[in-house]
Design a binder for this molecule. Sequence first.
Ligand SMILES: [Zn+2]
Ligand SMILES: [Zn+2]
Length: 442
Amino acid sequence: MNTVLIIDDDPDYRKFMGGLLKDRGWQLLEAESGNAGIELAKLHRPDVVLCDLLMASGNGFQVCRELRGNDDLRHTKIVVVSGRHVEKDRQAAFKAGADEYVTKPIDPDRLVLLLSRIVARSGSVAAPPAPVVPLAPGPAYVRFWGVRGSIPTPGPTTVQYGGNTSCVEVRADGQIIILDAGTGMRLLGQQLAAEFESQPIDATLLLTHTHWDHIQGLPFFQPVYKPQNHLRILGFEGARHGLEVVLAGQMESPFFPIGLREVPANVRIEELQEMSFNVGPVRVEATFANHPGICVGYRLFTSGGSIAFFPDNEPFPEAAPPTRAAGGAEASARPFAKSENRKMIEFLRGTDVLIMDTQYDANEYKHHTGWGHGCPDDVVSLALEAEVKTLYLFHHDPSHDDAKISQMLEQARKLVAARKGNLHIEAAREGAMVELPARVQA
Ligand SMILES: [Zn+2]
Ligand SMILES: [Zn+2]
């Protein structure tokens, strides 16, 4: 039986929460102040301390620090509860040693669920990781669920290519790999829920970066609301904040009613430290993209071919106009651009399916150099030099309607023909599926 210590100066709250937890089989301890709670915790070593933040005699921060300073209480998880939605408080609580931080008003059932989960989590530290449920070896494919950049653009002028933001699914070698969590992820979630029904879903989400158009679908991804599912989220730390802080931040009140740490599924967020790693048998290589903040692209090596994903990237302009950099800086910018593009070409060499940012047409790009997005002309050059087999134009500009995207596609194909290249080009379209092994279409 797990023991919970409720430290709160509100007797009604202690009675209510205590009753609820008792009903669910918890053993209960209560204290009306931080200092009294610290003494009780030392005496009884509870599994969880549920501690109010603002109390006259020993506040929540003090409780955290005191318990964390005690070696006998290493196993004790601390959940700090606050009525204030202040980010600084949250950060200070984690710094003081809290394991979770929740803000009032709290749905009691969700709180009970959270406590059960963190106890289960601590119990599993020494235990081997949960077995991965192998998928039946099904068809391998790449499927586009969101292809738009910057912001969703529903409406009659975007029905052909779609209006949802960046999300691509890769099924290969028994893995479900999701590339980015833009609004297209909601549709993918519905599809997975229908496909798996009550069977557990085990998926890995690779994030390129945390701009809105790459993360906003996560709160609407149906599988995270079912306890049998596992979602492992991998990405690099964004500018200023850790990955978890950013992802949880968009689900905090007042932005969203349910916190990321409260969802029933097993969601693990891991900041990547290496540029090369594995998702099951799929080897993944990452490299930094030319885009504001920390942004990467991935290349997945599956048994059905390799897929490279660069939703946001600007090939370095090698023939920059003189206004971009003055004097000597201009002269040194070109060799730098050349060498960076060379690195990208090597990274992409021989890719079967390349999905790459071509947000602007060549004309628009002239007015957007340095914004971190590319145009088909530069991307086609990169792809030809890297001997890519199929290129998908991606991250369509919100102001481009279907006709414009088709026109850009035609233009890109003409560039290949003019250079007598072998590259096949498509414009990524919501719902489109590319079977693996990838075959170049005639
Ligand atoms: Zn973007
Ligand atoms: Zn971006």
